[in-house]
Design a protein around this ligand. Structure first.
Ligand code: PAF
Length: 286
């Protein structure tokens, strides 16, 4: 049975017991509303560690004032069952009061990789993400933590934070999981109507069109972004928040495009914001 720990003290003592039994510790940080994408993270952690913790915490500090913090889906018992099916050992589901002191004033900021993409569009978002991940890493003290590639900028920012601040854990990237029609699975897909869902497929189609353009010899980031935009806006129902074509490691411009680049995009379908990306090896034809 996978049980739920709600306090830092409880999770610390569960992890300490696992450690003294010689088990390595994997952490899958989530905001809940778990789906097959999270399941892939959990499966990987369970395969690679003797003890897996899944944190479920809708982190208030990473949402802007007009974002979906209030309506973000919360379904702890369903999440616990998914963790149990995956073989995770414990769910850590603290309250906001447990995670943050009422007069919390200390923040972790990554200052370069967060400049563009979602960082530019969602001021304060990554400060909330890095701060809560740092806190989770301190509370759980995992050997490995698992992050999905769908949130590409988040993955890069967390890897950079771990490197820069000498945190003794490995960040393990896990491939984006897609539904059969190609839509990247996301907790926010729950907000989409049937028509929205069909419309949302243009995001993936746009990214694939961008990759085709690069394969066809296009080396201008702007031209690739325009190809992606054409496919997305051609759909009629999606609004582009951003499309960026940048170096896959530094997230800075690559001109002309060379090496590994990431094409990353965020779109709105009504009020629902969706992100996706594709990493391209520019010189490869595959
Ligand atoms: O990717 C998420 O679900 C969140 O940003 C994370 C990493 C759990 C931090 O709240």
């Amino acid at each position: 049975m996978t049980d739920v720990a709600t306090t830092k003290q409880e999770i610390r003592s569960r992890v300490a017991a696992a450690r003294s039994a010689g088990r390595s510790v994997g952490l899958v940080p989530t905001m809940g509303a778990l789906h097959v994408g999270h399941r892939a993270l959990l499966d990987r952690s369970v395969a690679e560690n003797g003890f897996t913790v899944c944190s479920v915490f809708v982190n208030p500090t990473q949402f802007g004032p007009s974002e979906d913090f209030e309506r973000y889906p919360r379904q702890l018992e369903q999440d616990r069952l998914l963790c149990e099916a995956a073989g995770a050992d414990v769910v850590f589901a603290p309250s906001p009061q447990e995670m943050y002191a009422s007069d919390h004033t200390t923040w972790v900021n990554e200052e370069r990789l967060t400049e563009g993409m979602c960082g530019a569009r969602r001021p304060g978002h990554f400060r909330g993400v890095t701060t809560v991940c740092m806190k989770l890493f301190h509370v759980v003290v995992p050997d490995r933590a698992y992050f999905g590639c769908k949130d590409y900028q988040q993955l890069k920012v967390i890897q950079r934070m771990v490197r820069d601040l000498d945190l003794p854990l490995e960040i393990v990237p896990v491939e984006t999981v897609r539904d059969a029609d190609g839509l990247a699975v996301s907790s926010r897909n729950q907000y989409l109507s049937a028509d929205d869902r069909v419309a949302s497929l243009a995001l993936r189609r746009g990214l694939l069109a961008g990759r085709e353009a690069v394969r066809g010899g296009e080396r201008s980031a702007r031209a690739v972004a325009e190809t992606v935009r054409g496919e997305i806006v051609g759909q009629g129902r999606l609004q582009v928040d951003y499309i960026e074509v940048v170096d896959a490691e530094t997230l800075e411009p690559s001109a002309p495009l060379s090496g590994r680049v990431v094409v990353a995009a965020a779109v709105y379908c009504g009020d629902t914001r969706l992100i996706d990306n594709i990493v391209i090896d520019v010189e490869s034809k595959e």
